[in-house]
Design a protein around this ligand. Structure first.
Ligand code: NAI
Length: 336
């Protein structure tokens, strides 16, 4: 079989550290593609004069698959989010975030096994804002029937394919009767095409309360972009934090960019203590996307064993470094 080519965007902050660790684990599991490596964000400006080089976009469009580390977005000023730019440019409309308990990872809950499906292209995240008069800003919340139909179909298809029982539509249609109302009505219409999957809806604030009281009762959650962003981090907190939650940004025709939910963690960057588990789990999603299920399973077995051994990074209460944690996983894989 020919060697696949995969785009690699290490990112900044802890990105290069966790990416290096994950690439090593992938190689130990027998996945050793041709990596096309690109900088993005502030780093890319020096080299390419832009935060999101066209050559990077061409590479992802050509290879269809990318593994990506986090990229800094300046707060309140400076360049717009490269992460959002990438999703828009490649029309990666679905953000998939499985959230489940891993062995030996300290967490407030057990039995959590839910999947967040977040619309990735519109809502307030479209970033359409302007100053009406000094002291007054208008931010536009865009919801369309077309984008909602597409993401709802994705969520219900996912539920059907993965034998999930229920999709919960999350919204605030009691207040935003038009925008969130359109999201809810459109998603319900799609739900009607999937009688084998139960459908319920919850107002976002009540959904948050339910999530922190009974997360084990949630299954697939379907959310517009901004609620999806916020609820994803809440859900990461249910199972041990940002160091252990993966994500995939998926588009039409099998295009996928796989990245951790967490950011660049500037507070711990450069110290070799970041937890690479979230990016490793994202890489496992990538392998499953590429139908490399056996390699994905080998990594999962080794990861579980190393977590159970207690050799974990400081965010999980251990003293392992990023490097030694990855070494331990590679050894387990090689021992078979
Ligand atoms: P963050 O996720 O970078 O960090 C939040 C907290 O979690 C920090 O205490 C950090 O040390 C910890 N943490 C995160 N990942 C960890 C890991 N793998 N191992 C151990 N601890 C970890 O969120 P923050 O501080 O809000 O954002 C920092 C920067 O990252 C910002 O510029 C933000 O825009 C960017 N960001 C980028 C994302 C992406 O590229 N997809 C996603 C989220 C944020």
């Amino acid at each position: 079989m020919s060697r696949p080519t995969v785009t690699l965007i290490p990112g900044d902050g802890i990105g290069p550290e966790v990416t290096r660790a994950v690439v090593r684990v992938l190689k130990a599991a027998g996945f050793d593609p041709e990596w096309e490596t690109f900088s993005a964000g502030a780093e890319a400006v020096a080299e390419h004069g832009t935060t999101l080089p066209p050559s990077l976009l061409d590479s992802v469009a050509r290879n269809k698959v990318a593994l990506k580390g986090p990229i800094t977005t300046p707060v309140g000023k400076g360049f717009t989010s490269v992460n959002v730019g990438l999703r828009k440019a490649l029309d990666l409309y679905a953000n998939l975030r499985p959230v489940w308990n891993l062995p030996s990872v300290p967490s407030r809950f057990s039995g959590v096994d839910l999947v967040i499906v977040r619309e990735n292209t519109e809502d307030l995240y479209a970033g359409l804002e302007h100053v009406v008069v000094p002291g007054v800003v208008e931010s536009l919340k865009i919801i369309t029937e077309k984008a909602t139909t597409r993401i709802a179909a994705f969520a219900f298809e996912y539920a059907r394919r993965h034998q999930r029982k229920k999709v919960t539509i999350v919204h605030k249609a009691n207040i935003m009767k038009l925008g969130d109302g359109l999201f809810l009505d459109t998603a319900r219409k799609v739900a009607a095409r999937y009688p084998e999957v139960a459908c319920e809806d919850r107002i976002v604030d009540a959904a948050c309360m339910h999530l922190v009281m009974h997360p084990e009762r949630m299954d697939v959650l379907l959310l517009p972009n901004l609620y999806g962003d916020i609820v994803s981090d809440l859900c990461a907190g249910l199972v041990g934090g940002l160091g252990v939650v993966p994500s995939a940004n998926l588009g039409e025709g099998g295009v996928g960019v796989f990245e951790a939910v967490h950011g660049t963690a500037p507070d711990i960057a450069g110290r070799d203590i970041a937890n690479p588990t979230a990016l490793l789990l994202s890489a496992v999603l990538m392998l499953q996307h590429l139908q490399e299920d056996e390699k994905a399973a080998r990594i999962m077995t080794a990861l579980r064993e190393v977590l159970e051994s207690g050799h974990v990074t400081p965010d999980l209460g251990g003293t392992a470094t990023t490097t030694s944690f990855a070494d331990a996983i590679c050894r387990r894989i090689e021992q078979g």
